[in-house]
Design a protein around this ligand. Structure first.
Ligand SMILES: Cc1cc2nc3c(=O)[nH]c(=O)nc-3n(C[C@H](O)[C@H](O)[C@H](O)COP(=O)(O)OP(=O)(O)OC[C@H]3O[C@@H](n4cnc5c(N)ncnc54)[C@H](O)[C@@H]3O)c2cc1C
Length: 392
């Protein structure tokens, strides 16, 4: 792969709106990605393997639990810092950002928000340091966009719960030490349970043959009469709103992360267009190529402003689920379109692993589908503005 020459576009001087802490956190993540992710990521993606060697570095830049309080091992940062970290990591690779998002917002967040003090102390510091890795089991083979239909169930057996069922498409599952699993009790109410590797009847087969998020491990969670200790139930919140609350936090991070992938594609295409000559002139001098590049920077700038304002609302505790849906949907769609256009600017070179664009493009096909599909987020906006749900 070519050396990482990334220069971040900031067309509307967004840096002026960031605090010194935001910039420090962002720059630390940026230089770590250049140093530790860019040189190795293409090779891992080609081999369809998760780079275990970057776990310690992710923990060091605060990517595991950026907004979880320091007393539990988190970085104690605000939501804009969290977003900036996700942006920088996804600039490197969406699969690496997925690992960080799952660990932070889908594993640490529910333990922090819905767990007991004992559960927080027992699990959060090891998750923050990367000593333990987690995954989040909501999606099932027959229930994706409609997680409320889930059939994974647990029964109260007096001194323990007995868990049965299966989850599909679970990021980090093949290597996770623990899983936050959403299952129905005997009354049909959804609860979160912490299932730990080594519990009898619990297995995590890997899903192979993905053309997308190849540097992220994806798999199943299978529960065959797993005895889960009663102290592993998350007591703080139940019902579908509990997992959806985690998704709000992860989707917010994705809204920022997708900007990173788009910035990388734009930056690569701009540099290439200025260096590559055809018909005796740089291809950047042709109007058709300028149109592509000008539209890319316009869309990136709009997405940056959307994410920044959402971050302010999130810091104030005012960001709604529907506002988060809008930003996730818009920014991922924007990034995918930019990846496709940027790929064309590079001509034939764009399809090779010499450049990051094709990898970003393939990754974004998952990002536009997971954490609520592009269609479902549109319907969430539709329901919010009309008061009528068109999808359930
Ligand atoms: C790489 C990857 C990693 C993932 N990681 C995780 C994870 O860590 N944990 C986890 O729990 N899940 C994870 N997922 C699952 C992901 O969240 C689901 O794939 C997603 O929610 C969509 O579900 P589905 O694939 O079953 O598609 P379906 O729900 O079957 O949808 C198929 C199509 O139908 C459309 N559709 C569905 N319902 C409606 C409707 N009412 N109106 C209009 N259109 C509709 C959808 O928009 C979509 O286009 C991951 C997925 C991928 C690909």
């Amino acid at each position: 792969m070519k050396p990482d020459l990334f220069e971040s576009p900031d067309y509307y001087n967004l840096d002026d709106l960031l605090s010194e802490e935001h910039k420090l956190v962002r720059d630390a993540a940026r230089s770590w990605v250049k140093r530790a992710v860019s040189p190795i990521i293409e090779d891992y993606a080609q081999r369809a393997e998760f780079p275990n060697e970057i776990i310690a570095g992710l923990a060091e830049i605060g990517a595991f639990g950026p907004y979880i309080p320091e007393e539990y091992g988190g970085a104690g940062l605000d939501q804009i810092s969290y977003g900036l970290i996700m942006q920088e990591i996804e600039r490197g690779d969406s699969g690496v950002r997925s690992t960080a998002s799952v660990q932070s917002s889908l594993v640490m967040y529910p333990i922090f928000a819905y767990g007991t003090e004992e559960q927080r102390k027992r699990f959060l510091p090891d998750l923050a340091s990367g000593k333990k890795m987690g995954c989040f089991g909501l999606t099932e083979p027959d229930h994706g966009s409609n997680p409320g239909g889930m059939v994974t169930r647990f029964a109260d057996k007096g001194d323990h719960y007995l868990l049965n069922g299966a989850k599909l498409w679970i990021s980090n599952s093949p290597f996770a030490d623990l899983a936050v699993v959403w299952a129905k009790n005997e009354e049909g109410r959804i609860h979160g349970l912490i299932v730990e590797r080594g519990m009898e009847g619990f297995s995590t087969p890997e899903t192979h043959n993905k053309w997308s998020l190849r540097a992220s491990a994806t798999g199943e969670l299978i529960f065959d009469n797993v005895k889960v200790p009663k102290e592993n139930l998350l007591p703080g919140k139940n019902g579908l709103g509990a997992p959806l609350g985690c998704l709000d936090s992860a989707r917010y991070g994705i809204a920022w992360g997708a900007i990173g992938a788009a910035m990388d594609c734009y930056d690569t295409a701009l540099r290439y267009a200025k260096e590559r000559s055809q018909f005796g002139k740089p291809i950047a001098s042709f109007q058709l190529q300028q149109k592509k590049l000008a539209e890319m920077i316009t869309e990136i700038t709009k997405a940056q402003l959307l994410a920044f304002r959402l971050g302010q609302l999130k810091n104030e505790g005012r960001a709604t689920t529907a506002q988060i849906s809008m930003a996730k949907r818009n920014n991922v769609d924007m990034a995918l379109k930019i990846a496709r256009e940027a790929r064309q600017v590079l001509g034939g070179m764009g399809i090779t692993g010499e450049y990051s664009i094709m990898r970003h493009m393939m990754n974004l096909e998952s990002v536009i589908t997971y954490e609520g599909t592009h269609d479902i987020h549109l319907l969430i906006t539709g329901a919010d503005i009309t008061g009528i749900s068109a999808f359930k």
